[in-house]
Design a protein around this ligand. Structure first.
Ligand code: AMP
Ligand code: MG
Length: 365
């Protein structure tokens, strides 16, 4: 539809198929698999986040993924497979190390970047000669990929730069009317995306921390490189050097990230919440369950990230928490950093990207 000079995309009916996460109904899976084979877009749960699937050999379907997500064509997609035997259809010159990682971590939240096989259309990889591949563990993703019989290109099923979707409802918030089908199997378990490891260079490099920890990978690949981004802070404003982080995974509300020892950080968040509410701002607090009581006497919206002693809970609730506070219409969200070991590295990465690298360092009290 063209109105004036603006192209308004046609809205289509988005079907929702509810399935049991452990034992999805085979008829539902077949219907979704057929839709994928026909070039339609199908959102489906994986153990990390919901993915937006398209037939990786269908250029028109792949292009539509970029369009509906409003994702830059320069940002490559991950190809999802049901079985390790499919890897040789997607990538070529596969090094022994890739097979070793496959054996230890697939199915699971590990994505490998390898030289692209010529039968995978260049659009999937944003024109790169490499391709990212993963074999998910979620029973619904696995059943769908097996039934589809074709490799499926699937980025996260959100609008570009928004927090990734961990429920079917999140997918619908962003993409209802733009895609043909959503398979609803409830909340995903890990809640942050896969770890991306590039095996095409001189040394293996982690490009994105995620569901498989650096520690687990280094037990197999001791020389694995990880370039922690050096955030250069302007100490007066707490602002990072511009351009170091593209805004990504971000809520609509402004996000303020507090870093430091937990008691001092909570005190600083409380004082900030008090000041902002006095300025008539709607304030959201995204914090571990144990810390929410500390904010009880100010008029803020509190959302729990789960227990602070369990980083798997924090990761699982991170994006959903940002979306919930957006839904409540807050102006500002206050959140704190966590230990960067294990899954904490992925949590830290997502928080930094959501704030474009800005944080507020709190001195011990
Ligand atoms: P998403 O599917 O939204 O979780 O994002 C996929 C991410 O995987 C991209 O944004 C890249 O960071 C990474 N990726 C995918 N393909 C490649 C590739 N060929 N080379 C390097 N990174 C890749
Ligand atoms: Mg994404």
């Amino acid at each position: 539809m063209i109105r004036g000079s603006t192209i308004v995309p046609e809205r289509i009916y988005t079907h929702i198929l509810a399935v049991n996460p452990e034992h999805p109904d085979p008829d539902c899976i077949d219907r979704a698999a057929q839709a994928l084979r026909q070039g339609q877009l199908v959102a489906f749960p994986t153990e990390t986040v919901y993915g937006l699937g398209a037939h990786a050999g269908d250029v028109a379907a792949v292009r539509r993924v970029f369009e509906v997500k409003r994702r830059p064509a320069s940002d490559p997609l991950i190809v999802h497979i049901a079985d390790t035997s499919q890897l040789t259809d997607i990538a070529c010159n596969i090094p022994d190390l890739a097979w070793q990682l496959v054996q230890h971590f697939w199915p699971g939240p590990l994505t490998l970047v390898l030289p692209r096989h010529e039968r995978i259309v260049a659009e999937v990889s944003a024109g790169l000669t490499t391709v990212a591949v993963r074999m998910p563990q979620h029973p619904v993703a696995h059943a769908l990929l097996r039934a589809a019989c074709v490799p499926i290109a699937a980025p996260s099923a959100n609008l570009f730069a928004r927090p990734s979707p961990t429920t079917a409802q999140h997918v619908l918030e962003d993409l209802a009317g733009q895609i043909e089908l959503v398979i609803d199997a409830g909340a995903t378990t890990i809640g942050v995306e896969s770890t991306v490891v590039d095996l095409t260079g001189a040394v293996p490099v982690v490009l994105r921390p995620g569901g498989i920890t650096l520690e687990a990978l280094r037990a197999i690949v001791p020389g694995l490189a990880w370039q922690a981004r050096q955030v250069k802070l302007d100490h007066a404003t707490g602002v990072a050097a511009p351009g170091m982080f593209a805004r990504h995974y971000a809520p609509r509300a402004e996000l303020l990230l507090f870093v430091g020892e937990s008691e001092a950080v909570v005190a600083q968040m409380y004082a900030t919440g008090q000041r902002l509410t006095a300025e008539q701002k709607q304030v959201g607090i995204l914090a571990p369950a144990e810390e929410l009581a500390d904010f009880a006497d100010i008029a803020v919206h509190c959302v729990s990230l789960g227990s602070r002693s369990d980083l798997t809970e924090i990761a699982a609730h991170l994006f959903a928490g940002m979306r919930e506070l957006d839904r409540r219409g807050v102006d500002v969200i206050l959140v704190r950093s966590f230990d960067q070991s294990g899954l904490g590295l992925a949590i830290w990465d997502r928080l930094l990207r959501a704030t474009e690298g800005k944080f507020i360092r709190v001195a011990a009290g």
